[in-house]
Design a binder for this molecule. Structure first.
Ligand SMILES: [Zn+2]
Length: 400
């Protein structure tokens, strides 16, 4: 089956069909377009496909060489390695320790060099340049602006520098983007409210959403409800990291206390599902709500293994979510820390979980439909940049 634009957009607010009976979800192959392409998909093919990335941290995706350059410029002597390859490996080793708290330690080094307008502009520009090189057509970059205010910049100066870098990348490389402002779970509610005010004051200058990040355990999102209410009153969009290092209750709070429109990770939603032979045979109320309301789940495969959100890649609930009809998207989270690219994550989905070209198309369409940019932009990017390229890829790769 080939999806066409009319049916895609008609289903924008609808409930996806396929396979659901009273209390039993079966894998319905018709939910992804089916093409006859040899499996797993070749890296070259995946690299060539248009991609959409909704969950990537600006301070987790620096080029190693840039980190070294900026540290030298700014007199930061804290980097543990002096060669780019060794530095990249150091970050990956540090991230891959099965703990979110340990995963977050590496950010001290990236944040240390994000303390000048020029550094921030360069980092934002290069992030989008690198994504454009692997054919990401739309990306949402997120960051916590207050981490960059330790030296010379105030919050608006930080925003201005990042915005400038993104605009330059859009002009030079044609990649479209949105910025998401992160508040941190371990900060006070007064602080998250200040970040919400900042985000909303930049809604017409590149900012498309608001997020809550950081360690979940002991830092519930409901402590920050005032910030989310402000975003709601200003008609803003909300995504919240939840279900990564804490269970379904954290996801429930993000949705029902804080009004999240998307869930970052959502890995532990699996605990609200009953499985038999890999099939969903029971759904709790939270899972049913997420399925029925088409709440997008920002899955980050490699990062989830590194932080211990899933015991192993093989046990990741991604295929259960995908084939159960949830609106799943695939994301990198932190390209430097996890040592991945968007292409890598899609290749991984093909190698590990058998995702075919039609599945990658579905994941990409899901992501574009779930983006926080405007409806007409989503529709245009789908029609002009995503769907024709998938059709062309299918035509160029004859039956196996
Ligand atoms: Zn994240």
């Amino acid at each position: 089956m080939r999806l066409n634009l009319t049916s895609l957009l008609a289903s924008e607010t609808g409930v996806a069909g396929g396979g659901r009976t009273e209390n039993h979800i079966t894998l319905d192959a018709s939910m992804s377009p089916t093409y006859s392409i040899p499996m797993p998909l070749a890296r070259e093919l995946v690299h060539s496909l248009p991609k959409v990335l909704l969950h990537e941290h600006l301070d987790g995706g620096l080029r190693p060489q840039t980190l070294l350059d900026l540290a030298a410029d700014q007199g930061y002597a804290g980097l543990p390695e002096s060669e780019p390859d060794a530095l990249a490996k150091w970050f990956q080793r540090g991230a891959d320790r099965g703990s979110l708290a340990l995963y977050l330690e590496g950010f001290a080094h990236t944040i240390a060099v994000m303390q000048s307008p020029d550094a921030l502009e360069r980092i934002a520009f290069e992030a989008l340049e690198d994504l454009a090189e692997e054919n990401v057509v739309y990306a949402e970059l997120r960051f916590a602006p207050h981490f960059a205010t330790t030296d010379a910049m105030d919050l608006d100066a930080v925003m201005d520098a990042v915005h400038r870098g993104c605009e330059r990348a859009r002009a030079e490389h044609g990649i479209e983007y949105g910025l998401i402002i992160c508040a941190m779970r371990n900060e006070t509610s007064a602080h998250s409210l200040e970040m919400a005010q900042l985000a909303s004051s930049w809604f017409d200058r590149g900012v498309v959403g608001f997020d809550l990040a950081g360690e979940e355990e002991g830092h519930p999102s409901k402590h920050h409800v005032e910030a989310f209410q402000l975003i709601q009153r200003r008609n803003g969009s909300i995504t919240i990291h939840a279900g990564e290092s804490f269970g379904p209750e954290s996801i429930w709070q993000a949705l029902q206390y804080c009004g999240a429109h998307r869930i970052g990770h959502g890995t532990r939603l699996i605990e609200d599902l009953g499985l038999h032979d890999g099939q969903v045979v029971h759904m709790g109320g939270l899972a049913r709500y997420i399925l029925d309301h088409r709440i997008p789940i920002e899955v980050c495969l490699s990062s989830n293994v590194h932080t211990g959100a899933t015991p192993s890649l093989a046990e990741h609930p991604f295929p259960v979510f995908l084939h159960g009809g949830f609106r799943v998207t695939l994301n990198t989270d932190n390209r430097l820390m996890s040592g991945v690219t968007m292409t890598d994550e899609l290749v991984l989905a093909s190698e590990q979980f058998g995702c075919a070209l039609g599945d990658l198309e579905r994941l990409t369409v899901n992501a574009m439909k779930s983006a926080f940019c405007g409806y007409h932009d989503r529709k245009r990017i789908l029609a002009e940049r995503i769907l024709p390229a998938y059709r062309q890829a299918a035509d160029a790769n004859p039956d196996a």
